[in-house]
Design a protein around this ligand. Structure first.
Ligand SMILES: Nc1ncnc2c1ncn2[C@@H]1O[C@H](COP(=O)(O)OP(=O)(O)O)[C@@H](O)[C@H]1O
Ligand SMILES: Cc1ncc(C[n+]2csc(CCOP(=O)(O)OP(=O)(O)O)c2C)c(N)n1
Ligand SMILES: [Mg+2]
Ligand SMILES: [Mg+2]
Ligand SMILES: [Mg+2]
Length: 358
């Protein structure tokens, strides 16, 4: 199959015309550039959000950790997550792929199965991309386009002393899933089957790694309250992203260890390996949940509003004045403080996270 036949094989008829129409697509895949209508703001003007994230075979995935469809899903999901982290709505995606000559056409078709599944899930129209060969590894770079109400984008820079720190989902599961997959996948070339993870009790960890679900609805609900002061998505790890907010906002973030959301499956898996789940919680990454800050008065009401919509919101700490940094507070009995006021220990945590050049 030549390059152009390949592109048709991956993309032809994969998305309903209705989806493309709903996102204002005038000319989609097949011309020199896509044409989209600038969306009319329903309640005032909109601004564009533009983001790109890349996945490279052996760096972000290998043949054991992810199927082709998982790679397609996650390549788009990571970008959708960046748009959510600005408080916006995802709309369009451009997909650049560099494909090893050894890859069968069916493998790329499967990658697009996952990519289009993610696009449908988040209402994104796939409108173009680029295709090259690659000497050895597969590379996928997705450029995502979204919109946000003019002046309403939530940056990393607005956290104020007194605000409450929150996350929209558990952290560390993806890294724990990867840990299990790297051990389980040693003997073969195929993606480790989910059934094997089910048998080992690690299926939810593996799915968190392979099929992250960015907090788009949560971002919308929270952004509409007007009380969220900063927002970031967790790709490199909670510690690293908390440092980003601290640095951009010139504040200190104090996180309570006892309030960090640890899933039962993560705790059980860490225990079975004799490892401390805290390393995955703080430094694991690829969680694609949102980390943010919200005014103290609205923290509990926002949490209730989220719960009413079936979405978790964990209040994990507070913002303090001082040199930019992140502290972890441990309580002797793990209760997080309160009436008996157990002893607290505080330690600075480093901005360690996934670093491509470390
Ligand atoms: N090669 C590059 N050229 C220009 N800007 C870049 C490049 N790589 C990253 N950036 C920008 O640097 C910032 C941090 O990037 P990154 O850590 O990848 O963000 P995220 O974790 O949200 O994906 C972003 O604003 C991104 O657009
Ligand atoms: C085979 C394999 N090894 C290691 C990892 C771990 N890993 C790779 S990239 C990454 C961080 C997130 O990716 P990045 O490209 O930095 O995303 P961004 O911060 O730009 O959103 C992590 C934790 C992995 N996913 N797969
Ligand atoms: Mg990035
Ligand atoms: Mg981000
Ligand atoms: Mg990164």
């Amino acid at each position: 199959m030549d390059e152009f036949a390949s592109i048709r094989h991956w993309t032809d008829g994969r998305q309903a015309a209705e989806r493309q129409r709903a996102q204002g697509v005038v000319i989609g895949i097949g011309d020199d550039a896509a044409v989209v209508e600038a969306p009319p703001g329903e309640s005032g003007a909109l601004q564009w959000l533009l983001a790109v994230d890349t996945m490279v075979e052996t760096v972000h995935f290998n043949s054991a950790t992810m199927s082709e469809a998982d790679v397609g899903w996650k390549a788009l999901a990571a970008n959708v997550s960046d748009l959510a982290a600005m408080g916006g709505v995802p709309r369009h995606a451009l997909v650049s792929v560099s494909v090893p000559r050894s890859w069968e056409p069916a493998r790329m078709r499967r990658l697009y199965d996952g990519l289009y599944a993610c696009a449908e899930h988040y209402g994104v129209a796939v409108i173009g991309g680029d295709t090259t060969s690659s000497p050895a590894q597969l590379v996928v770079a997705v450029t995502a386009v979204g919109t946000v109400g003019a002046g309403k984008a939530i940056s990393r820079a607005g956290a104020k002393p007194g605000d409450i720190v929150f996350v929209t989902g558990p952290v560390g599961m993806s890294a724990a899933g990867l840990h299990w997959l790297l051990a389980a996948g040693q003997s073969g070339d195929e993606a480790v089957p989910l059934a094997a993870a089910q048998a080992a009790g690690t299926a939810s960890l593996v799915q968190a790694h392979r099929r992250p679900s960015p907090s788009v609805r949560a971002a919308q609900l929270l952004a509409a309250r007007g009380t969220v002061t900063s927002l970031n998505d967790v790709s490199d790890g909670l510690a690293s992203e908390a440092w980003e907010i601290a640095g951009a906002s010139s504040v200190k973030l104090a996180l309570r260890k006892s309030q960090l959301p640890v899933s039962g499956s993560l705790a059980a898996y860490a225990h079975s390996c004799g490892l401390d789940p805290l390393d995955w919680l703080l430094y694991g990454g690829e969680d694609y949940v949102l980390l943010g800050t919200i005014s103290a008065e609205d923290a509990a009401p926002a949490k209730s509003a989220m719960a009413a919509e079936g979405m978790p919101m964990y209040l994990i700490g507070s913002v303090e004045p001082g040199e930019p940094g992140v502290d972890l507070i441990r309580t002797a009995d793990g209760s997080g403080g309160g009436a008996g006021r157990p002893k607290e220990r505080r330690e600075p945590i480093r901005p360690k996270g996934y670093n491509h050049f470390a």
